[in-house]
Design a protein around this ligand. Structure first.
Ligand SMILES: Nc1ncnc2c1ncn2[C@@H]1O[C@H](COP(=O)(O)OP(=O)(O)OP(=O)(O)O)[C@@H](O)[C@H]1O
Ligand SMILES: [Mg+2]
Length: 178
């Protein structure tokens, strides 16, 4: 994967598969501390401690344990190659939080990519899930909550193409102003 937004899409799929009703996506660009952090939190079924250990263990990418998958190891690599790291906190029956930290100005740090497109795609494809999205750049922040969007839409479905187009433009405008 070449863009962080695509990693985010992949990690959020885990949350959807885990039955999450609320998924939070947080991005914080901190040029002073030279970090870019990504938080993906969900209230899905969570993982037992042994599984958390396993998904972060680099040896789980070997053939015999391939069934554990590649989403988390790939993001882990993307973090580590910039001097950052990946943390997973999970509690069975409560949910999971994935915290990725990357070196903001590191030459190998992938671009964020089309994050507005990814967020809108996730919202449109999963209208029953509440998504919250917070993007911080320095002291500025932008927040989106699909519960609030739904209220404004007053019955127009989140999955409608017009809503997706409007949301995407709105997010991009706000990100431009950060
Ligand atoms: N948010 C989550 N909630 C519950 N379990 C999770 C979560 N994220 C990951 N897991 C568990 O960790 C495993 C590994 O996740 P990972 O994304 O690395 O691979 P995958 O989803 O199995 O496959 P891939 O992402 O390559 O399609 C998942 O199969 C799942 O069992
Ligand atoms: Mg996955």
């Amino acid at each position: 994967m070449t863009e962080l937004s695509l990693h985010i899409l992949d990690i959020v799929q885990n949350s959807i598969v885990a039955g999450a009703k609320h998924i939070h996506i947080g991005i914080a660009e901190d040029s002073e501390r030279d970090t870019l952090s990504i938080t993906i939190g969900d209230d899905g079924r969570g993982m037992p401690a042994e599984v958390v250990q396993k998904v972060l263990d680099p040896y789980t990418t070997s053939r015999t344990t391939r069934k554990v998958g590649l989403g988390l190891p790939l993001l882990n690599d993307a973090c580590r190659s910039t001097g950052g790291e990946l943390h997973i906190e999970s509690a069975e029956g409560k949910g999971t939080t994935v915290l990725a930290t990357l070196g903001f100005s590191h030459i190998d740090r992938q671009p964020i990519g089309d994050i507005a497109g990814v967020v809108v795609m996730l919202i449109a494809a999963n209208p029953e899930i509440r998504f919250t999205y917070n993007h911080q750049r320095g002291a500025n922040r932008f927040d989106l909550d699909t519960n609030e969007v739904k209220e404004v839409l007053d019955g127009i479905p989140l999955s409608s193409p017009q809503v997706a187009k409007m949301l995407r433009e709105m997010i991009n405008l706000n990100l431009d102003e950060l």
